[in-house]
Every structure is written in C-alpha cells, then in structure tokens.
Design a protein around this ligand. Structure first.
Ligand code: NAD
Length: 468
C-alpha cells in the first residue's frame, strides 16, 4: 500500500459543515458549505478552461496518465480518509483508489474515431465527435472516489470540463482527490464543490452546463432530470437497483454461499448492484437460508480502520434508520431473522449482518432497495414464477442466475429485465463494458467506449468530391 505523503485539500473560507465518522457517530472534521451563488463563477471557470482543454486530445491523454500516477501516489492519504468518512474496510478504500487510477488510464487511451458515411452518394461525408461543454456531476456516498472517477475520467477524456459535487456525507476524500488531480490537470478542468442542498440542485440546473451526469437514488434522479429541463442539457442518470439472484435447482448451495453472500454484503450492502433479493427453489430453501445465515454469523464486523474488519458500519444515520425500518417492517410482516435482525449494541452505525427468511413478497425489504446489510431469501415453486418475481419491479439494474448447467443458467439470465446479468457472479464489472440500468434504474449509458460517447456529440462534415 502506498505510504502517506500528506496531501491536503485547499482551504476554502466561509461556512462549514461537520463530517461524521460512521464507526463512532461523532464528527471528526468539516468541509466547506459552499453557497449556490458561488456556482456562477465556478461554472464560468469550467467554460473558459474548456476552450483549450477541448483543443488537444494528445495533451489530454498525457494529463490523464499523469493524474493516474498522482492518484496512486496519494493512496496512503486518500484511502484512510475515505474509510474514516464512509466506513468501509481499508482494503476496499484502497481498491477504490486503484480503480480510480485504472479508470483514468483506460479513458486516457480511448479516442473517438472519424466515421465515413458510405451510402452511395458522390460526396465525402464524415462523422466526427465533439465534446459537449462544461459537465455537472453529482455522486452519492457509497463509492465516493470510484463513482467520481466514473464521471470525470470519460468526460475529461472526451474534452469536456467538469464541476463535481460529492455527497455531504462523504466530501473529504473527494476534495482531497481534487487537489491531487490539480497537480496534473490545468486549472478549472475539474472543480470539486462541497455543500448541502440546494447546491446540487443549482449545479444541475445551471444554464451553462451542457451535460448533467448523476448517480444516486431514483427520487433525486427525477428532481435532477426536472432541473435540467430548462437548459435542455443532456442527462445521464445512474439510479437505484433491487437486483434479484435466482438460484436454480442444480445449484451447489454450499459452494456458492460465500460468493453469493458477498455479492449482497460488500460495502455493507450499500452497492447499487448488490444482490438485494434471493429466490431459491423450495426444496433447497432451508439449506440456502442456513448457508447464508452461517456466512452472516461469521463475518467480522468492525470499524473500517481496524485490521481484520470485513464489514464496516452503515455509512450514515439516515441510511441506518432506513435499514432498521425495513427490517422491523419485515419482522412485523412475519419474516424470521435467520441471522442478525438488529442494530449492534455499540457506538456508531453498526447493524448485524441479517438474513431474513419467510418474508412476504410485498414487504418493503423485498420491493424496495434496502441498501444495507440485510438480505431477504424467498422460495419459489417453478422457474417461470421466479423469473416473473425477479422482473416484477420498477428497478432494472442487474440480476444473476446461479447453477451448475451454464447453458440453462444463461437461458434464464437472458429473460431478466435489467442492464447486466451474471451467471454464478454478481456485480463483476469491467471498465470496458457498458453500464446501463433499464426501467427506473437509469437513463443513458456509462462505461467503456459507450461512456466516452455519452460525453460527446456527433458532428457531421459533408463536402462534394469536386469543386464547382
Ligand atoms: P441521493 O439521491 O440521496 O443523493 C445523491 C447525490 O445527490 C448526493 O450528492 C446528494 O447531495 C445530491 N442531491 C440531493 N438532492 C439533490 C437535488 N435536488 N439536486 C441535485 N443533487 C441532489 O442518493 P444517496 O443516498 O447518496 O445514494 C444512494 C443511492 O444511489 C441508492 O439509490 C443507490 O442505488 C444509488 N446508486 C446508484 C448507482 C448506479 O450506478 N446506478 C451507483 C451507486 C449508487
């Protein structure tokens, strides 16, 4: 792991708000509470910086590669700060830093081509790709660095500039990342702003912004889309999920239990593409419940900075309240906690890893995104019923099918209504693949070349073959 070189975010004067450590529930630092009226100058700076940033793709690649090195070198400062404000185990914070650097390298190497239009006409007609202008990015608190890089790496590689706002729950590592990147990027190419609402609402509805890229919940996504309607900026939304995992009757329960468990509980279940519902064949139901409960009972829960912690606290108090509410409702609806089911009796936002059995399918822990360390397991009688239940939701982010006969599993996966379906895995993502939710889980495509093109517009040059 890289050693600390004591990188610091720049000081900004004015109002500040407290940042809490979810492992204690206590404030440990603060961040600037920037006023919405400061955004005019910030966005104007991004617009001016765009003029030279858009002009030289080779210089952009060099800068993004330098930025990747700077991020790696700062890992020893970024990762512990991320764990402190977000709660995740330190190794996962280092993984976020590594992913951020990898994404910068991936997009530094990606260039849009020129595409001739060959349709038989005696003309030379060609599609070229142009950046959009200043981009506004808003990210949530579950993967602050990784999701910020999913915004700025493709946008900057495409020749746009960006103003990015992290969640007020996790502003610090992103601010530090901004100052680390400032060593490699020209001024105002990427500006991090922090503050409480209505800062995000004002940023995403700013008239000079040409692309709004948002990751967060569905209700906020709707508000963001509405706010961008006046300027008619392009809108990309990566929203919530309620991914189902369907276990087939030939699944090797004990063999997949650990992988399935972590597909649901990584980052304390606070993953848009976590497994959030498990459908198990009735004849295997009790074995599946018991195998997952066994995993849950044996997880080491602790502060992310403590060596050996596998699962940290829930990231903030409102999210903990949501997890408690949904679990209590499920238990009141007749569910049984095969493991956990309650908050842990210690300071901070710790919740016992929870496996819920016998949950009615209408309970909110099944129908809504629980976004915490809680997993409902539901039985099914026949496969058509399982597929129908998996698809019976407004969410459409991911899904998975688990079994031994891979062809059969793939045929079932093909019937899932979502953006990505895995077999015997869940949420394994490559930088090179498209990432897009369907239904209410998203608008637009991120990831891979699709993510680059999401930050570009086509520009057609059409000329005759000969002068008149
Ligand atoms: P959230 O919607 O509450 O907040 C997301 C961001 O929006 C924060 O930075 C917040 O400050 C900002 N915000 C709040 N109100 C705003 C407004 N009116 N205008 C503009 N910005 C505003 O979400 P959250 O609780 O921070 O994150 C959890 C959600 O994010 C879950 O639903 C999860 O599934 C989703 N998520 C989706 C993906 C994906 O790629 N599809 C990835 C990670 C998280």
């Amino acid at each position: 792991m890289p050693r600390s070189r004591l990188h610091r975010a720049p000081a900004i004067s004015g109002e500040r708000f407290a940042v809490l450590d979810p492992a204690t529930g206590e404030p440990f630092d603060e961040a600037p509470d920037q006023r919405p009226d400061e955004l005019d100058a910030t966005v104007e700076g991004a617009r001016e910086a765009w003029i030279s940033w858009r002009a030289d793709s080779r210089a952009r690649s060099v800068a993004l590669l330098e930025a990747a090195e700077a991020v790696e070198a700062a890992g020893g400062d970024l990762a512990p700060l991320l764990t402190r404000e977000q709660g995740k185990p330190l190794a996962e914070s280092y993984a976020e830093v590594a992913r951020t650097a990898a994404r910068l390298r991936y997009f530094a190497a990606l260039k849009p081509g020129r595409e001739p239009i060959e349709d038989g006409r005696p003309v030379r007609s060609e599609v070229r790709w142009r950046p959009l202008g200043p981009v506004a990015a808003i990210v949530p608190w579950n993967f602050p660095l990784q999701l910020a890089s999913a915004k700025f790496a493709p946008a900057l590689a495409a020749g746009n500039t960006m103003v990015l706002k992290p969640s007020p729950f996790t502003p610090l590592a992103t601010r530090l990342l901004g100052s680390v990147l400032a060593a490699a990027l020209p001024e105002n190419v990427l500006t991090i702003v922090t503050g409480r609402e209505p800062l995000g609402a004002r940023l995403t509805s700013h008239p000079a912004i040409r692309h709004v890229t948002f990751t967060g919940s569905i209700p906020t996504g709707r508000a963001v889309a509405g706010g961008a309607a006046d300027s008619l900026a392009r809108v990309t939304l990566e929203l919530g999920g309620n991914d189902a995992a369907i276990l087939l009757d030939d699944v090797d329960v004990e063999r997949i239990a650990e992988r399935l468990f972590w597909a649901a509980f990584r980052n304390c279940g606070q993953v848009c593409m976590a497994v959030k519902r498990v459908y198990a064949p009735a004849r295997l139901y009790s074995r599946v419940v018991e195998a997952l409960a066994d995993q849950a009972r044996n997880v080491v829960v602790g502060a992310g900075l403590d060596a050996g912690s596998q699962l940290g606290p829930v990231s903030n108090a409102p999210q903990l309240a949501c997890v408690e509410r949904r679990t209590a409702q499920a238990l009141a609806d007749g569910a049984r906690a095969a493991a956990g089911g309650h908050r842990l009796d210690r300071p901070g936002y710790f919740f016992a890893p929870t496996i819920l059995a016998d949950v009615p399918s209408h309970s909110p822990v099944v129908t809504e995104e629980q976004f915490g360390p809680v997993l409902p397991v539901l039985p099914y009688e026949d496969l058509d019923q399982a597929v129908a239940l998996a698809n019976d939701t407004g969410f459409g982010l991911g899904g998975s099918v688990w079994g031994t006969d891979l062809d059969r599993a793939e045929a079932v996966a093909d019937r899932l209504e979502c953006g990505t379906a895995w077999i015997n895995h869940h949420a394994e993502l490559s930088l090179a693949q498209p990432f897009a939710g369907i239904k209410e889980s998203g608008v637009g495509v991120a990831g891979g070349p699709w993510g680059l093109y999401g930050n570009l517009r086509p520009f057609v040059v059409h000329r005759p073959l000969e002068a008149p």
